[in-house]
Design a protein around this ligand. Structure first.
Ligand code: C2E
Ligand code: CA
Ligand code: CA
Length: 402
């Protein structure tokens, strides 16, 4: 039985993602870093390991390509355990020990088969190996989702749905919110609640938002053209702090408005309080440029941030969107009702528009209208829909009943 000690100098490559693996290592001394490739082909560090731990052990479970690159960040001494060595040890091990290890390995493969939303069924040992020793790490999972999203964006598997917003005064559609949808051919729909925070973290949201802005404004033109609502409807597009921090954000927005021939007042930028608080000076500058050009600025999920209200004066804001949690609770919980009333009063004092999100019942729509809220959005009126369904919906909709 061979057993060799390998020595690596600080900076040396120990294994490379994608190469075939036929051994694991026990770290005797030193420290290594684990790197996973991102969609931009950068290597992203997802953690480090030190003496006493094992690396590359998936090779002992299923011989398959390495799923990460590992590099020495200190001089290292590693004990190499080849797959043959491992099998030989198992064969000569105490029978009970052998059985326990074999069962654990089998169950480990099984766990991999059934784990988490993005993975789907495991069809090959290569795929099994891809979920290697770092498989439980959120960072690795996030990078996989970000990579898969980038592919989906390139392959046309990302689309937009549009949720109508309704004037509570005259019961007509006044605009839409554009919401991203990801339909994976094998895994089905993946929720924005899952992928948006991940693509925000990875920065891919910048490309996705550019695409969404252009696509939604082009769709708005087509919807207006087909329904006779010429230049009367707005499109509200969600932006993240990464979008705002990106070079040339304002130029991209101007250019898209111009190439899609959109009246700036029909573009609403939806941002959160968190974005404003995170980068107040630069956000103010960006918003002022957009506002001066005629676009409207909406604060999404209003009331869920923990920021002070003084920022409402500091930034050029046009609209507050009352978060759906308040709307959901307002008829049963007096505290929620008081909050909704305060937000509406505040918006009146500051001469801001107000949009209530998440209206699911007629009684909520009626109450909000009575309290002076002028616009509503929610399943009661319409769910987010694809472009063709939106056109159909407008052409066949009577006035809303509430
Ligand atoms: P959001 O911006 O607050 O969007 C509203 C969410 O509430 C949407 O969920 C919408 O489908 C859902 N909704 C609308 N009416 C109702 C209702 O009556 N009841 C209930 N229970 N839900 C309702 P969705 O599409 O799953 O999006 C979730 C979040 O993902 C969005 O929350 C937004 O933060 C983010 N997101 C979606 N698309 C984009 C995008 O293109 N860019 C960015 N930056 N974020 C996006
Ligand atoms: Ca939104
Ligand atoms: Ca919202």
């Amino acid at each position: 039985m061979t057993q060799s000690h390998k020595h690596f100098k600080k900076g040396d490559l120990i294994m490379r993602q994608g190469d075939n693996g036929d051994c694991a290592y026990i770290i005797e001394t030193g420290r290594v870093e684990i790197l996973i490739r991102t969609p931009n082909n950068d290597d992203h560090c997802v953690g480090t390991r030190g003496a006493g731990t094992i690396i590359g052990e998936m090779a002992l479970v299923d011989k398959a390509p390495r799923t990460a690159t590992i590099r020495a960040i200190e001089d290292c001494s590693l004990l190499e355990i080849t797959t043959q060595d491992f099998s030989a040890r198992l064969d000569t091990a105490d029978p009970i020990l052998r059985m326990i290890i074999q069962v654990i390995l089998m169950r480990y493969r099984d766990t991999l088969k059934h784990s988490t939303i993005m993975r789907g069924p495991i069809s090959s040992s290569a795929e099994a190996a891809e979920l290697s020793y770092t498989q439980n790490s959120d960072a690795v999972e996030s990078i996989k989702i970000a990579n898969a999203f980038k592919d989906a964006l390139d392959n046309g598997n990302i689309s937009l749905h549009y949720q109508p917003m309704i004037s509570l005064d005259d019961k007509k559609i006044v605009g839409f919110e554009a919401l991203m949808r990801w339909e994976d051919p094998e895994k089905g729909a993946i929720s924005p609640g899952v992928f948006i925070p991940i693509i925000e973290d990875s920065g891919i949201i910048i490309e996705a938002s550019k695409w969404a802005l252009k696509e939604s404004l082009q769709a708005l033109k087509r919807i207006e053209g087909q329904t006779g609502y010429e230049n009367n409807l707005f499109m509200s597009v969600n932006f993240s702090s990464k979008d705002f921090a990106a070079d040339g954000f304002v130029d991209t927005v101007y250019e898209t408005i111009s190439t899609t021939d959109t009246d700036p007042k029909n573009l609403h930028l939806e941002i959160t309080e968190r974005l404003l608080m995170g980068q107040p000076e630069s956000a103010k500058q960006t918003l002022e440029m957009c506002h001066k050009a005629g676009m409207a600025i909406s604060i999404d999920d209003f009331g869920t941030g923990y920021s002070s209200l003084s920022y409402l004066h500091y930034f050029p804001i046009d609209t507050l969107k009352i978060d759906q949690s308040f709307v959901r609770g307002m008829l049963d919980d007096d505290n929620m009702m008081q909050l909704v009333k305060s937000i509406i009063a505040l918006s009146k004092n500051l001469k801001l528009n107000i949009i209530a999100e998440g209206i699911e019942e007629k009684a909520q729509a009626q109450k909000l209208h009575e309290l002076g809220c002028n616009t509503g959005q929610g399943y009661y009126f319409a769910k987010p829909m694809g472009e063709a369904d939106v056109i159909d919906f407008i052409q066949n909709a009577n006035d809303f009943d509430f």
